[in-house]
Design a protein around this ligand. Sequence first.
Ligand code: ATP
Ligand code: MG
Length: 632
Amino acid sequence: MLSYAEFYRRSIEQPEAFWDEQARLIDWHTPYTQVLDYSRAPFTHWYAGGTTNLCHNAVDRHLKDRADQNALIWVSTEVDREVTYTYAQLHTEVQKMAAVLKAQGVGKGDRVLIYMPMIPEAAFAMLACVRIGAIHSVVFGGFASVSLASRIDDAQPKVIVSADAGSRGGKVVPYKGLLDEAINLAQSKPSKVLMVNRGLAEMPMTAGRDEDYALLAAGLAGVAVPCEWVEAAHPSYTLYTSGTTGRPKGVQRDTGGYMVNVAASMKHIFMCNPGETYFSTSDIGWVVGHSYIIYGPLLNGMATIMYEGLPIRPDAGIWWSLVEKYKVTAMFSAPTAVRVLKKQDPAYLSKYDLSSLRALFLSGEPLDEPTAQWISDALKRPIIDNYWQTETGAPVLTIANGVEQKASKFGSPGIPMYGFNVKLFNESTGEELTGANEKGVVAIEGPLPPGFMQTVWRDDARYVNTYWKSIPGRQVYSTFDWGIRDQDGYYFILGRTDDVINVAGHRLGTREIEESISSHAQVAEVAVVGVADQLKGQVAMAFAVLKDPSKAATPNDALKLEGEIMKVVDEQLGAVARPARVRFVTLLPKTRSGKLLRRAIQAVCEGRDPGDLTTIEDPTALQQVKDLVQGS
Ligand code: ATP
Ligand code: MG
């Protein structure tokens, strides 16, 4: 067997041979004539000349062996329903949706915007689009009308697929009003809106534009809609980044390369076999939902669980009960969800038979050591951190236990994945950092592997200017994250390049300070930002959520705890990193994908306008920060 080091080296030194081999994981309608065309660098064109279809590979090709096997398991603790679809049933549903879309005039290259809660029809719609060569653009359900309108204008969809409502914590979240408002605001109007009626909320219909999906699909049970064979480079979807650092970027992804990389990751990273069950707790509105709720598991002939609901409702055992019931072998979640569970009784984690589970994969933001340790102790399973971006399509840093077993190091997402030539650079000189424990910008040298974003949707210039020109003298893709690599080649992510603070000439990653504060036993979660200071240039400000808020109930208690936390930072990092203040809140401002909105906290601390807040989860969290800052 190949060692991971050899496997990796081959992927970098002989990318064509390597990715030619991986391409056998999927079916091609016409074989490609060139594995990689890099003549338009930094743009890559993988599998030129080949035609294929994403829906064929995710659904149709499994019918021969797995028609009666579960493909999609939908669990909603919001409306208390569980529905499973076999591959044969999924095939039927997807063709119904495809027939309806076609009847509305949707064809190859047309965009379809999907603004939906986590219901099976959302999955049908995604698969139906790629089946007919349409480009889907999923917008996280629950984004309000302004965010939705800007995405409508960018994608210019012919058709929008939506539903009457989502539900969160048992409360109905109506969609239709927001959608109507968004369409009114948008310059580019869809010609049709297909509505799925869940019977949860009012659904006023605009005559001539809005259609009830169920009515159009009735009677289509046996309809056959053939797969449209598309070029490997044909866009399969566009999707927006989370907007943590500013205006979201419309990531455009191809068909052939994406399929190959996601299928390869199921084997090499997630160690999954066809016939098993995969459970990703993400949402289809995010890249994890695209790659690991829908496409990865289905490409691999697995059953995938699509979950609508909270991790703690009806109780904190719900996810683990699903692992037991469906014999989940791989689970994928986010540190933010684990921190939610950490505030609950750990007994919920030992209540169920988790013997089927091989590993828990976590991604999306830094996984701090205490959180990793806690979930590792509770689950007694490998906890595998993995670092990537909407842009990358699949993990960039993690460990590939499907190739060779390697130990994780807590605090590190791991080592570079095959195909990703990851390097560290000094951001001001462009010098490559080759030694151990040197801090630099994490960058990837081209050619980027299959599945990576092709470009920014309709904006090649923005793609090149944003990602490929930020490191002096280098044409490399910048991740805009800081990192170091230790003597064993493991990377540690130290935060985003715009989250660095400069205290009296010392450059500190906010993440290092957060990690230190998190090691205090009382702290559940913390955000650190740099705030302008006349004397020192910048000082660190910390906002912490306590495991037990009563510990800071009185001003005296809070001051005492603040002192204790500062002492921890002094001891671990030195007084230079000590925050000017540690304040206590019950909630931190996050994006809807669970990422800390440090730039908004920073702006509020400096009395500035917090800027684009369209992706914020709960505005009251920022209000708490405001109140504290103004009160002090
Ligand atoms: P935008 O690019 O619009 O500002 P975003 O970067 O938050 O938003 P995503 O693509 O959803 O949008 O997130 C990718 C980022 O998330 C990474 O660049 C990194 O900062 C962070 N991240 C993801 N996984 C990890 C991880 N395992 N460890 C540390 N950071 C992570
Ligand atoms: Mg980003």
